[in-house]
Design a protein around this ligand. Structure first.
Ligand code: TYM
Length: 332
């Protein structure tokens, strides 16, 4: 690999990403490929921290892989792989877990949220999830991690774990920095704009999926919750409009002042329709490319097999050094 900074990021295999995943993370991954060495991963091992139907998980993992390619992740430029194909993540995770405090993991807000939502299955994988995430990143000694705001706490923990390891065993891990976009790092629900847009929302109208068709996208935007004023402007307290402006800005490249003047004197109906159309048009080529790619199973298999081989080669060197540092006996 060329001598550039290293980017690592991952996404759960939900099959079709939300507009939040796309604007907050995946969309930024594409341009980074020109400036950095990039490693991206579909995190199927993270997914089983909540109950999954095995048949759907397999299908959703393959769809997520194809969808990342459709979003512009280029397997010639970047390493793109499926997490469970690369066993170094699990190996490193064990070692990092032995350098992570119970108290630190107990403070993770995502664990608290998820253990409430899945109260009948608060398994230890859900609890140690952030350790595996730290291993994903540290197995490559990544410099930068492009994520949405909701992953910031996990990333801070990854830094703390790396720092503790370095203090105990001597400087080794790079402390990874979050790389968070200025606009769209937290896309909100269309039905409750004080809450993050999330695929696990019970209300399907709250969430745009990037494989939704144009009519569905427009219908969901038309129903978006706003406020009782009639002024398209970005201001505290106008959570719904602020969210729609953020989304519109991300897909059109227009800044807030331009959007305010474009819709001055117009009602929310016009604005919502324009946002819906802009989003649907922006996502159209991704949907087309996804359909093309996901029909070519042999090509996909070749891509994820080669991606895993490259990821194994890269991370094995690092994890072998970690084994030596902690005092494990060399096998060869
Ligand atoms: P996941 O799969 O929940 O989300 C993938 C990415 O999408 C971002 N995101 C959002 N951004 C803005 N607005 C939203 N409403 C929104 N919803 C999701 C997330 O911040 C994330 O960047 N634990 C991670 C996956 C992971 C990972 C890693 C990430 C595993 N290992 C190593 C980075 C590095 C997760 O569950 O993301």
């Amino acid at each position: 690999m060329e001598d550039k900074k290293l980017i690592f990021s991952g996404i759960q295999p939900t099959g079709t990403f939300t507009l939040g995943n796309y604007i907050g993370a995946v969309r930024n991954w594409k341009p980074l490929q020109d400036e950095y060495n990039c490693i991206y991963c579909v995190v199927d091992m993270h997914a089983i921290t909540v109950r999954q139907d095995p048949i759907k998980l397999r299908q959703n993992t393959l769809n997520s892989y194809a969808l990342l390619m459709a979003c512009g992740i280029d397997v010639e430029k970047s390493i793109l792989f499926i997490q469970s194909h690369v066993k170094t993540h699990a190996e490193l995770s064990w070692i990092l877990g032995c350098n992570t405090q119970f108290g630190e993991l107990s403070r993770m807000t995502q664990f608290k949220d998820k253990s409430q939502r899945h109260a009948d299955d608060v398994n230890s994988g859900l609890f140690t999830y952030p350790v595996l995430m730290a291993a994903d990143i540290l197995a490559y000694n990544a410099d930068l991690v492009p994520v949405g705001v909701d992953q910031k706490q996990h990333l801070e923990l990854a830094r703390n774990i790396a720092q503790r390891f370095n203090q105990r065993y001597g400087d080794f891990f790079t402390l990874p920095e979050p790389y968070i976009a200025e606009i769209g790092a937290k896309v909100m629900s269309l039905q409750d704009p004080t809450k993050k847009m999330s695929k696990s929302d019970d209300n399907p109208n709250a969430v745009i999926l990037i494989l939704d068709d144009k009519d569905t996208i427009i219908r969901k935007f038309k129903r978006a919750v706003t406020d009782s004023e009639a002024e398209v402007c970005y201001r505290d307290g106008k959570d719904g409009i602020n969210n729609l402006m953020t989304i519109y800005s991300s897909v059109t490249g227009k800044n807030f002042a331009e959007i305010e003047s474009e819709f001055s004197g117009k009602g929310y109906g016009d604005f919502k329709l324009a946002v819906g159309e802009a989003v649907a048009d922006h996502l159209e080529p991704i949907r087309t490319e996804f359909a093309r790619l996901s029909a070519d199973k042999a090509y996909l298999k070749k891509c994820y097999t080669e991606g895993a081989e490259k990821a194994i080669r890269y991370s094995q060197r690092i994890v072998s050094k970690v084994y030596r540092k902690v005092g494990f006996v060399d096998k060869t």
